[in-house]
Design a protein around this ligand. Structure first.
Ligand code: HEC
Ligand code: HEC
Length: 190
């Protein structure tokens, strides 16, 4: 079946309201390269992705996941939900990196995708770059560069040590560096 045909059928089924496997089911049916310690745990159907554990263990502490898994919101609205949980419902404030991780997970898997990502080419780590780097300057500052992976690494260290960028957790750092070193490399198209 051609992918477009499959997509149309999927959309029709989605409108019909039944018969469509949830993203979690689809994820489980796909062969998994990742056989880490979490393989087997299904996190009550939360789709796989960076931040799943953080969301599961943070949000599950007080209520069922269904409190929010039916929702689709922008990143700003998810940010507001997290702030409400902290300010009004006594949720312990996560470390800044964990908060970003949770926010990115929620807006990726339960978001409304209407972004053009500021011109960043698609690829793993795009979201991390989009949200991390825009906190202080426009993405143009990043997009106009074509640097080797080594120089991107130095640039990130410079952002962290001299410019006050919060240090991303190691896996996020690796995603950001991979993204920059792959898509904004010296031989990448301008
Ligand atoms: C310390 C307890 C606690 C934690 C942790 C917690 N919540 Fe809640 N949450 C609540 C309570 C209490 C309510 C019900 C409040 C109400 O009914 O107005 C609620 C309600 C909600 C609602 C519906 C009402 C609203 O304000 O939008 C959403 C969505 C939600 N939580 C999402 C989350 C997410 C996402 C997380 C994890 C990042 C989380 N919660 C973690 C206590 C918590
Ligand atoms: C906390 C603030 C902050 C964050 C977050 C931040 N930057 Fe910066 N960045 C700066 C400042 C300030 C400058 C200007 C420094 C200067 O020119 O002295 C800058 C400049 C740059 C430059 C230009 C360097 C040059 O030679 O002109 C690049 C490239 C850059 N940042 C990349 C990034 C990337 C990639 C990210 C995200 C991973 C990022 N920055 C996140 C503060 C930040």
């Amino acid at each position: 079946m051609r992918p477009t045909v499959a997509l149309v059928i999927l959309i029709v089924l989605a409108f019909a309201g039944w018969g469509v496997p949830s993203p979690a089911v689809i994820a489980q049916e796909q062969p998994q390269g990742d056989t880490g310690a979490d393989a087997g745990a299904d996190f009550e159907g939360l789709p796989e992705g960076p931040g799943r554990e953080a969301v599961y263990f943070t949000c599950r502490a007080c209520h069922s996941l269904s409190q929010f898994t039916q929702q689709r919101m922008s990143r700003d609205d998810w940010q507001a939900v997290i702030d409400r949980m902290i300010q009004a419902n006594n949720m312990a404030e996560p470390e800044p990196w964990a908060k970003t991780l949770i926010l990115t997970y929620l807006s990726t898997h339960f978001g409304v995708d209407e972004q053009d990502w500021g011109g960043l080419p698609p690829g793993e780590g795009r979201e991390d770059v989009f949200y991390t780097c825009q906190a202080c300057h426009s993405l143009t500052t990043v997009l106009q560069q074509r640097l080797s992976r080594r120089v991107w690494d130095e640039t990130l260290v410079w952002m962290i040590e001299e410019q006050g960028m919060p240090e991303p957790e190691p896996t996020e750092y690796a995603r950001i560096l991979n993204y920059l070193g792959t898509y904004l490399a010296p031989d990448s198209p301008q």
